[in-house]
Structures are given as C-alpha cells and as structure tokens.
Design a protein around this ligand. Structure first.
Ligand SMILES: NC(=O)c1ccc[n+]([C@@H]2O[C@H](COP(=O)([O-])OP(=O)(O)OC[C@H]3O[C@@H](n4cnc5c(N)ncnc54)[C@H](OP(=O)(O)O)[C@@H]3O)[C@@H](O)[C@H]2O)c1
Length: 311
C-alpha cells in the first residue's frame, strides 16, 4: 500500500520543520512548497519532493499535488515584528490570505485526486481581546489580527468543497526554543531585561511545540474533527506569570514593565494584539481525547530550554 503523502507550505519555519521531521519519522512521504530553492537543502535537511512557489503572487505548480493525501498550509510572514506602515500590514495580510487563495485555486485546478484533508494555520488572535474563557464556538474579535485571522480562515474555507475535511489551527503562543516568541524573549531575559507587557494581567494561551505537533497528527488521524480547533493547552496564564516563570527558568529576575504606550510606539498596529487577553479553551482537542504531555507552563518552558541546551 502507498504511504500517506503530506504537502507542506512554510515547512522551513519553526513549526514546519518540526512537523516535517515527525511526518517522516512516521514513514509518510513529503512534498514541500517553498519560496527559495537556493540553499534549500541547508535550511531543510529532510528527504522530500520540493517545488518553488511565490505564495502571494501565483498558484503553485499543479504537479505538487500528485498523490497528496494531506495539505498543511503554514506559510506566512513572521508576525512577531513591529507593524508600522500600511505596506508592512499588507505583507502580513497577503502572505496569508493571498497565499491561501492561490493554494486553494491550484487545488481546484489540479487533475490529481484531491487530498482528503486540508489543514490551514490560523491563530487565537481570531478571538480578539477575551478575559473570560472561550472555546471554538466564540465569535471573532475586531482588532487587526482578529480581522486578519477571519479573512485567512475564510480563504481556507473555500477548499471545503474540494476535500473531505478542513481543519483550521487556531494556535496560541508556541513554546519552543527554536522559533516563535520564546526564541526572541530568551536573549532579552538572559540579559536581565525581562519585562511584563502593560499591567501583565492579560491572559496568554500557549502550547509546547511537541504537543502542537502531536495534536496536528492527532487531528489528521481523527476524522470526526473538522473546522476550527484551538491549538492551546487548557491552562492559559497571565502575562505577568509567564514573565515570572520564564525569568525563573532562566535563573534571572524580570523586574521591568513595558508600559502600553511604549509598546504601541515600539510595535505599532500589532501592539493591541500583544496586550489582548486570550483565555482560550481547547474544547475540541479535549473532547476528542487528546492528552497534553506538557500542560503546565513551568514544565513546558524548562523542556524548551533543555532542548536548546542539548543541541
Ligand atoms: N509560532 C507561533 O507561536 C504561532 C502562533 C500562532 C500562529 N502561528 C502561525 O503558524 C504559521 C507557522 O508559524 P512559524 O512560527 O513556523 O512561522 P515561521 O518560523 O516564521 O515560518 C513561516 C514560513 O512561512 C514562509 N514565509 C515567510 N515569510 C513569508 C512571506 N512573506 N510570504 C509567504 N511565506 C512566507 C517561510 O517558508 P519558505 O521560505 O520555505 O517559503 C517560513 O519558513 C504562521 O502562519 C504563523 O502565523 C504561529
């Protein structure tokens, strides 16, 4: 019997690389779409078929869909940077919404048998500012990131007619030492400059990278799950507690506060999302029997730092 084949976008990124590694460890086959073939083997040392793709500009080559069972679309301009101008906001938007539209267009045009499953990235930013616990049934928020996530998901939903199943990954902060928010915070905290954001009372929803990868594979293997899925642990923490726990894990103090006004000056349009409370419950993951290996932040941070030390 032919082994299952995954098609990944954003495979060279923080999440994509770990997912690719796990997919190959399960003896599945892999096809990758990437913006840059130059130096690809260095950035992505895994066996795969690879095709070039400019996500915001064009549809990917149709041959890329040959024998594909599962598409996982992770590509997108990194969100952790300041967003000042309309042009910068447009890059974030286009790299997600136009890329998703182009991918879905190619899926429609492909003559190969359609993949059974289309998994598309999104974020808990979808919900906007929430102080009370919310699950997948909650409505969308209205800030910049919430609107971006809604349009991103709407673009992915266009694929639902073509595949058996569509899953939207509403991810929280992914805790791992090799990318995402933690990779940016570690050197700052190590230098003794750790700080809570604003009053630090806002909730943060998070998941360790190992649990994230296992949850994606669980979703692939669980046909009853579809639509939006909150990809977070059931234990959100307040920003001030996240700050304290990270400082403790690094054996430092984090006595500082970055006032809201300074955050707005530093980060522009993305600042409201950094200050938003996100108290998100992973109802679908829990109801489907998924068991988190690292459900508590302290242990997740220590595991991430240990993984970094051991490499
Ligand atoms: N990390 C988190 O905490 C987190 C939380 C919530 C949601 N997410 C979402 O999950 C997805 C993957 O996150 P990640 O942390 O792995 O991201 P990442 O490390 O920044 O990697 C994203 C990948 O997307 C591609 N890419 C980069 N800039 C692009 C652009 N301007 N246009 C199109 N593609 C571009 C790149 O792949 P190629 O160069 O190979 O094309 C890159 O490796 C993203 O969409 C992100 O918004 C992440």
């Amino acid at each position: 019997m032919r082994s299952r084949r995954f098609l990944l976008t954003g495979a060279t990124g923080f999440i994509g690389k770990r997912l690719a590694q796990s997919v190959l460890e399960q003896n599945y086959q892999l096809t990758v779409l990437t913006r840059q073939l130059h130096g690809f083997e260095k950035r992505f040392p895994f066996a795969c078929d690879v095709y070039p793709w400019r996500p915001s500009d064009a549809t990917p080559p149709l041959q890329a869909f040959t024998d594909v069972d599962v598409v996982v679309h992770l590509a997108g301009e990194n969100i952790g940077k300041p967003v000042w101008s309309k042009a910068q906001a447009q890059i974030l938007y286009n790299s997600r919404i136009l890329s998703t539209r182009n991918l879905v267009r190619a899926l429609a045009a492909s003559r190969s048998a359609k993949p059974r499953l289309f998994v598309s990235a999104s974020a808990v930013g979808f919900y906007g500012d929430r102080n009370h616990p919310v699950d997948e049934d909650a409505k969308a928020g209205s800030d910049f990131l919430a609107r971006l996530c809604q349009d991103w998901e709407a673009a992915a939903e266009e694929a639902s007619e073509m595949v058996d199943r569509l899953v939207l990954l509403r991810m929280g902060v992914v805790v791992g030492a090799h990318g995402g928010m933690l990779a940016k915070l570690i050197p700052v905290f190590r230098a003794g400059l750790g700080a809570k954001l604003g009053d630090g009372r806002q909730w943060m929803s998070w998941i360790h990278i190992d649990d994230l990868i296992q949850l994606i594979l669980h979703l692939v293997d669980t046909p009853s799950i579809q639509g939006p899925v909150n990809v977070v642990t059931p234990n959100p923490v307040r920003n001030r507690d996240f700050t304290r726990m990270l400082a403790t894990a690094l054996k430092r103090r984090a006595p500082f506060t970055i006032p809201k006004i300074v955050l707005k000056l530093l980060y522009g349009r993305i600042a409201p999302a950094m200050l938003a409370s996100q108290r998100i419950i992973p109802s679908k993951a829990l109801q489907s029997g998924f068991r988190f290996q690292l459900p508590q932040l302290e242990a997740a941070l220590n595991a991430a730092l240990l993984q970094q030390q051991n490499e």
